[in-house]
Write a protein that binds this ligand. Structure first.
Ligand SMILES: [Zn+2]
Length: 52
């Protein structure tokens, strides 16, 4: 029975774009995940404490 598992993601390819580096990860189960450095930057910015 297929259940949720921790995907064993490995970098399949990476491409620089105007929005940052787009990296494709692949799991042997067939799942794919796409991450961008632009999104990572946004996440860091969102969690960064305010102030100077
Ligand atoms: Zn998987």
């Amino acid at each position: 029975m297929h259940s949720t598992h921790l995907h064993d993601l490995t970098v399949a390819s990476a491409h620089p774009t105007s929005e940052g580096l787009v990296t494709y990860y692949r799991c042997p189960c067939g799942a794919w995940e796409v991450r961008t450095t632009a999104g990572l930057d946004a996440a860091i910015a969102a969690t960064r404490p305010g102030g100077d």
